[in-house]
Ligand binder design. Structure first.
Ligand SMILES: NC(=O)c1ccc[n+]([C@@H]2O[C@H](COP(=O)([O-])OP(=O)(O)OC[C@H]3O[C@@H](n4cnc5c(N)ncnc54)[C@H](OP(=O)(O)O)[C@@H]3O)[C@@H](O)[C@H]2O)c1
Length: 305
C-alpha cells in the first residue's frame, strides 16, 4: 500500500459570522492581537459598519455551501456571532462545522429577561402573537422588530404605527404607518422624545439583548408604556448557551411573566451538544471570553504542530 501524504492542518483564517456589534468588537480584538480574522456579512444592509480585518459579503449557499467554503479557505476556527434571531445561519454553522471538522464557537449576548422590568413585559412566542397583543394594548404601536417580519404585523394596518428600521422596507406599508430609518446605538433622551412625539402607547421588540438598543426599554418603563417582547427562538445547537451550563437560558421563553431563568451573566462559557453527536459547540456570552477561546485554540494548534 502506498503511503498517503499527510493532510495539512488548516492554516486559513478564523471565520466570524457577523452582523452584530459583538461580532465587530470581536473582529477588532482579534485583529489587534494579530489574528487573521475574516468577517462574513449577509449583505442585507447597504452600508454596513465595516469590521476590522478581512470582510466577505453574501450567503454561502446553505450548510453545504458553508462546509465547502470552510474546506476551500482552510478555515481554522468558526465563530458564530450572528444575532440571536438569525437561526438559519446558526443552524448552517452547526451543520457545516461538524461536517468539515472545524471547531465552532457560539457568541451570543444575554437577553434582556434578567432586567428588573422584564417581569412586567408581555412575552409572546412569535411576531403574529405580538401583533395581536399589541392591537389589544394600544392604538399607536412602535414596532422595532425588523424589516423581515413586517408582514406579520398586517393586523395593525388600521392604526398609525411607527416602524423603526435600519433599511427601507422592501414592500409597501399601510398608508397610516410612519417609517423611521435609524440605527443604534440609541440614547434614553432621544427614545423618550420619540415615544412622546408620536404618542406611542405600546412598544413591540425582540429580546435582542445588549446595550445598543436597550434605551427604548428604559424609556417605555419611564413613561409606563406596555412592552410586548417576541421571545428568542431556540438555538439550532440545542440551547441558548449563554448561561454557562449549555442550558437554554432565555431561549424559547414564552411565558407571560418574563421570568425565564436566564442568569444574564457575562463571560461564562458552556458547551452545547452538537446536533449529530460530534464535537460540542462551545458557547460564550461575552466578547472577551470569545477572544480567549480563539487565542487558546490557535495556541493549542501551534503547539500541536
Ligand atoms: N435576525 C435579526 O433580528 C437580526 C438583527 C440584527 C442583525 N442581524 C444580522 O443580519 C444578518 C442576517 O440575519 P438573518 O436573520 O436574515 O439571518 P438568517 O435568517 O439566519 O439567515 C438567512 C440566510 O442569510 C445568509 N446569512 C445570514 N447571516 C449571514 C452572514 N453573517 N454571512 C453570510 N451569510 C449570512 C445565509 O445564506 P446562505 O444560506 O446562502 O449561506 C442564511 O442562510 C446576520 O448577519 C445577523 O447577524 C439579524
Amino acid at each position: 500500500m502506498t503511503a498517503q501524504p499527510p493532510v495539512p492542518a488548516p492554516d486559513g483564517p478564523v471565520l466570524l459570522l457577523g452582523g452584530t456589534a459583538e461580532a465587530r468588537a470581536l473582529a477588532a480584538a482579534l485583529h489587534d492581537a494579530g489574528v487573521d480574522v475574516l468577517t462574513s456579512l449577509a449583505g442585507r444592509v447597504r452600508a454596513p459598519a465595516r469590521p476590522a480585518g478581512r470582510v466577505r459579503i453574501g450567503g454561502f449557499g446553505g450548510a453545504e455551501g458553508l462546509r465547502r467554503y470552510l474546506v476551500a479557505e482552510r478555515v481554522r476556527l468558526l465563530v458564530d456571532a450572528t444575532h440571536p434571531y438569525a437561526v438559519t445561519m446558526s443552524g448552517n454553522a452547526v451543520a457545516a462545522a461538524a461536517a468539515a471538522g472545524v471547531p465552532l464557537l457560539r457568541l451570543a449576548r444575554p437577553g434582556w429577561d434578567a432586567r428588573p422590568d422584564a417581569a412586567g413585559w408581555h412575552w409572546v412566542p412569535g411576531h403574529r402573537e405580538a401583533a395581536a397583543l399589541a392591537a389589544r394594548l394600544g392604538r399607536r404601536p412602535l414596532l422595532t422588530t425588523g424589516r423581515q417580519t413586517l408582514a406579520d404585523y398586517a393586523g395593525l394596518a388600521d392604526r398609525p404605527a411607527v416602524v423603526r428600521l435600519v433599511e427601507p422596507p422592501d414592500r409597501p406599508l399601510p398608508a397610516d404607518w410612519t417609517v423611521l430609518l435609524d440605527r443604534g446605538p440609541y440614547r434614553l433622551e432621544d427614545e423618550l422624545l420619540l415615544l412622546r412625539r408620536h404618542g406611542i402607547d405600546v412598544l413591540v421588540t425582540k429580546d435582542s439583548g445588549g446595550r445598543y438598543t436597550s434605551a427604548k426599554l428604559d424609556a417605555a418603563a419611564a413613561l409606563g408604556i406596555p412592552v410586548v417582547v417576541v421571545a428568542r427562538p431556540a438555538h439550532p445547537a440545542g440551547a441558548g448557551g449563554t448561561d454557562g451550563t449549555g442550558g437554554t437560558g432565555s431561549t424559547g421563553s414564552t411565558g407571560s411573566t418574563g421570568s425565564t431563568g436566564s442568569t444574564g451573566s457575562t463571560g461564562s462559557t458552556g458547551s452545547i451538544d452538537g446536533t449529530d453527536g460530534t464535537e460540542p459547540v462551545t458557547a460564550v456570552d461575552a466578547v472577551d471570553a470569545a477572544v480567549r477561546w480563539v487565542i487558546d485554540r490557535l495556541a493549542g494548534d501551534r503547539a500541536a504542530r
